[in-house]
Design a protein around this ligand. Structure first.
Ligand SMILES: NC(=O)c1ccc[n+]([C@@H]2O[C@H](COP(=O)([O-])OP(=O)(O)OC[C@H]3O[C@@H](n4cnc5c(N)ncnc54)[C@H](OP(=O)(O)O)[C@@H]3O)[C@@H](O)[C@H]2O)c1
Length: 324
């Protein structure tokens, strides 16, 4: 290989990108995507694995345009685990070769994790938990931090409190049940009948089949609800709370009329993946307090199928792209 060719080989990478909003058919694998260049406050990471989240197909379909308009071609993906190849100025505590994990979505100034290399802001990363693989670590950031932020920071869940967790078999629900058990709370969770055993094994005391059983008639006087489903489920959830209770939703904004009627607090969460929260999660993982559940992995070339599988395949836990 002559020098210009060698340079070229170093400067390009493979990435799963879109050039317009749409369904899985708009996802293209670009083998000539430019490798991103590091600025101050950023790091360049060789991506070993990238976690797949509902927000990735929501971005693809254009649902997040109110938050941010994409510049096409746009590389999809946020969650990643990998190895630092370059550290920008003003990033203390990290060096080339460190194994890190975090969030690098274009919604957060990153370059998109469904790629061989990703740029991430220093505030959205932490050292990877040492006792798990890159595939498992890549499954953690958005789902794990969402569960942590809701249960610990908003609800301040503690021993003996009763919490209802909706969507118990999903990416966030899987983490939330385990964190709630670790905090010694009493946990009820909603899930499909086929996921009952899985959710029990995560640590739920009670599992309610959301397709057949009306949770709002079965549960009373709960201290907290964590809603990862939204819609009717959110509205019905107010009924199970005791006065002074709290509901945190990943999808709905607080309804003042319902808060007043039931005498409860309501929060619409916007998850902030921070280095501090990622480090706390890593500690719980390394102490084996919580486990990662990866339902299925796909190669980068099948990123479109991975998004469809998450959207329609009813995975338990997480879907991950294995990139290196
Ligand atoms: N606000 C934010 O900052 C933020 C951050 C992260 C995520 N989110 C949102 O939070 C939601 C959950 O994320 P996720 O990663 O956990 O998604 P996920 O992995 O797709 O899990 C969703 C789970 O909900 C279950 N479900 C569907 N309908 C239900 C119902 N009526 N009752 C009970 N469970 C039901 C699904 O079960 P089945 O398999 O039976 O369908 C699935 O297990 C997504 O909409 C995501 O976009 C928001």
């Amino acid at each position: 290989m002559n020098p210009p060719e060698a340079m070229k080989a170093i400067q390009i990478m493979k990435a799963a990108q879109i050039n317009k909003y749409g369904g899985s058919e708009v996802v293209e694998i670009n083998g000539n995507a430019p490798k991103p260049a590091v600025s101050s406050g950023q790091l360049l990471i060789e991506v070993h694995a990238a976690g797949v989240n509902p927000v990735d197909w929501k971005i693809r379909e254009g649902y997040m345009q109110q938050m941010m308009l994409l510049k096409f071609p746009a590389t999809l993906g946020g969650d990643f685990s990998g190895v630092i190849t370059e550290v920008g100025a003003g990033v203390p505590g990290f060096k080339k070769g460190d194994e890190i994990y975090g969030f690098a979505s274009s919604l957060r100034g990153g370059s998109g994790a469904f790629a061989e290399f990703v740029l991430a802001g220093a505030e959205f990363i932490a050292h990877k938990p040492g006792k798990i693989s890159h595939v498992e670590a890549a499954a953690l950031p958005l789902a794990g931090v969402s569960a942590w932020q809701a249960l610990v920071d908003h609800i301040a869940l503690s021993s003996g409190k009763k919490i209802l967790i909706h969507g118990g078999a999903g990416g966030i629900g899987t983490m939330a049940i385990q964190i709630a058990r670790h905090l010694a709370a009493y946990v009820a969770a909603t899930a499909g009948a086929e996921d009952r055993q899985y959710v029990k094994e995560l640590g739920a005391d009670e599992v309610i089949d959301y397709k057949k059983e009306p949770f709002e008639d079965l549960l009373r006087d709960y201290d907290a609800v964590f809603d990862t489903v939204g819609g009717e489920t959110y509205i019905k959830s107010f009924k199970v709370l005791k006065k002074g209770g709290i509901i945190v939703s990943m999808l709905e904004q607080p309804r003042p009329e319902l808060m007043k009627q039931y005498g409860v607090n309501a929060i619409g969460q916007f998850t902030q993946v921070t280095g501090e929260r990622l480090s706390k999660l890593a500690e719980l993982i390394d102490k084996r307090v919580i486990k990662v559940h990866v339902d299925k992995t796909f190669p980068l070339e099948h990123a479109g199928e991975a998004l469809t599988y998450l959207q329609k395949g009813h995975p338990r836990g997480k879907v991950v792209l294995k990139i290196k």
